[in-house]
Design a protein around this ligand. Structure first.
Ligand SMILES: [Zn+2]
Length: 170
């Protein structure tokens, strides 16, 4: 839980009339990070959309898929998102009638206007999107570790010439 990032009622943001700003410094419950998540975000109620922008960074420890060793990886993002305020995703008509239509492309998320915006959840989602799909510790990666017994047994077997070439690469 990051201090100060409690969910805020969308009605409250609407009444505010100006962007609400949050400073981010702390650890997320859903994402283990080596260093605190740092940065800032702001959200502005614009009638039928909520404009959210943020600048975030942290360092996470990942496990390499090849050598299974741990390595540190920096996550950093500058994100801007429009969230539709309605009880269902916007229809074509909604978008046609919106003043911000030009900025609406790619709009996928929506929030009930009577509900809340959770800045901490937003921070988590943005950083989570930055996690690599494949974890590689780097160019110096030693490669997969071979189980000693298994490699002994394999080396006792006659080597197929097609495999010998592969073995030479190890
Ligand atoms: Zn590795």
């Amino acid at each position: 839980m990051i201090e100060g990032l409690e969910p805020v009622a969308l009605q409250e943001l609407r009444v505010l009339g100006t962007p609400r700003h949050w400073s981010v410094e702390g650890h997320l419950d859903q994402l283990l990070s080596l260093t605190p998540v740092r940065g800032d975000l702001h959200a502005e109620h614009r009638g039928n959309v909520l404009m959210v922008e943020g600048d975030l960074r942290t360092t996470v420890t990942l496990c390499c898929d090849r050598c299974l060793g741990q390595f540190n990886h920096e996550l950093r993002c500058t994100s801007a998102e429009l969230i539709w305020l309605g009880q269902a995703p916007p229809t074509e008509d909604d978008l046609q009638n919106s003043e911000e239509i030009s900025a609406m492309e790619g709009l996928v998320e929506y929030l009930d206007p009577r509900g809340k915006f959770d800045p901490q959840q937003w921070v988590f989602e943005q950083l989570n999107l930055q996690l690599p799909l494949v974890n590689r510790c780097g160019e110096h990666c030693p490669g997969p570790r071979i189980h000693p017994e298994r490699s002994f047994r394999e080396s006792a077997e006659p080597i197929d010439p097609r495999w010998a070439a592969l073995r030479g690469l190890q």
